[in-house]
Design a protein around this ligand. Structure first.
Ligand code: CP3
Length: 335
């Protein structure tokens, strides 16, 4: 197995070689993804088929030279398996049948959780048998999952959840703890089925301000402690600077968003991945190649750096540009 990615997570990468993978490396920007997707009305119907998850996970690995695979699934599998029923509506994103915006209380069915989410474990085993790079499993953070469960969709304003958590902090904490326990078991079982590392997506961390530690970091730290020693864990935060919480975090590896600065952390005793704005792939070929050289020169001797984008690849990107980027990096890596 190509181990550069895992070695970098332990700050032991063999420099000069920059491992690379991309957030949302499979998805609508790829014609081969759109082809499979067009055969299903419902996104969840598609991802509940392990064979299809395997095929979608392998698509970017077949198209490009990448150093890690990520299981093709979604962070919203957890609320769906807890009985909230999630649909993806074209042009609107996820829409929940049940949420706190329409009900006083959420009845979360934890008894059937593992049966209902078993398809992710089956897909993980199947993918693991078919890849020769490390496999990343993932979960949403308890806070980010709670945000979706509160709004029943992607949040449009942040005010109502902020007032909910200040007025109903006990209830919020109860939901967050149930979600944390599910995330821990979900991550552990992905590891048992072959995931080599777990990434936690705290995509709505940016909603929280002074209360970020109490409503989010505290819970992701619990996940870290529960899995520590089993596999490396990576924390991804959107809308927050790592410097604002790094001293209260247990994590040793971070995926940082494009508003942050990698240079601020690269000398620390941690691994850093991410940071490039995915819009960069809209530049021309020359600019893309220049950027790869710049990144390579800057980070080639680092044992703790993984190239990635700061946010997920978007449907409007041209796969050819990504190919140019990755080919150029590979040619430098193999010199
Ligand atoms: O290849 C990979 O990177 C794995 C696939 C992956 C998906 N979702 C597939 C997907 C991963 C890692 C995710 C994580 C995810 N999902 C996050 C965290 C990362 C981030 O971007 O902050 C979040 C917040 C979600 C929730 C989600 N899923 C939304 C808001 C949407 C709809 C809008 C959108 O961005 O597409 C999804 C659907 C989704 N998940 C799609 C894919 C490929 C598109 C669905 C389709 O094809 O119709």
């Amino acid at each position: 197995m190509n181990n550069y990615f895992l070695k970098a997570l332990n700050q032991e990468n063999e420099a000069p070689y920059i491992p690379v993978w991309l957030l949302r490396q499979a998805g609508r920007y790829m014609p081969e993804y759109r082809e499979v997707r067009s055969q299903y009305k419902d996104f969840f119907e598609m991802i509940k088929k392990p064979e299809i998850c395997k095929e979608l996970t392998l698509q970017p690995l077949n198209a490009f030279d990448l150093d890690a695979a990520i299981t093709f699934t979604d962070i919203l599998t957890i609320p769906d398996a807890l009985g909230l029923k999630v649909n993806f509506v074209k042009g609107k994103g996820p829409i929940f049948e049940k949420s706190l915006s329409s009900m006083d209380k959420l009845d979360l069915n934890t008894n059937e959780f593992h049966d209902k989410i078993q398809y992710v474990y089956s897909a993980t085993s199947l993918i693991k048998e078919n890849v020769n790079v490390p496999l990343i499993g993932f979960t949403g953070s308890p806070w980010t999952l709670f945000v979706y469960m509160f709004y029943g969709q992607s949040p449009k304003d942040f005010k109502s959840i902020q007032s909910y958590i200040s007025e109903n902090s006990r209830d919020a904490e109860t939901y967050l703890q149930i979600l944390t326990d599910c995330c821990i078991e979900y991550a552990k079982r992905q590891v048992q089925h072959g995931a080599d590392c777990i990434q936690i997506f705290d995509s709505w961390a940016g909603i929280l301000e002074n209360n970020y530690v109490d409503f989010s970091l505290k819970y992701v730290n619990q996940i870290y402690e529960a899995l520590n020693g089993e596999v490396p864990l990576i924390l991804y935060n959107r809308g927050k600077l790592l410097s604002t919480f790094i001293h209260e975090s247990s994590f040793k590896a971070y995926s940082i968003n494009s508003s942050d600065q990698i240079e601020n952390y690269i000398d620390e005793d941690i691994t850093i991945q991410g940071n490039l704005n995915p819009d960069f792939f809209k530049k021309n070929e020359e600019e893309i190649k220049l950027k790869v050289h710049e990144i390579f020169t800057k980070f080639k001797d680092r044992k703790n750096y993984i190239f990635n984008v700061g946010e997920g690849l978007t449907p409007d990107l041209d796969p050819e540009k990504i190919k140019i980027f990755l080919k150029t990096l590979r040619s430098l890596n193999s010199q």
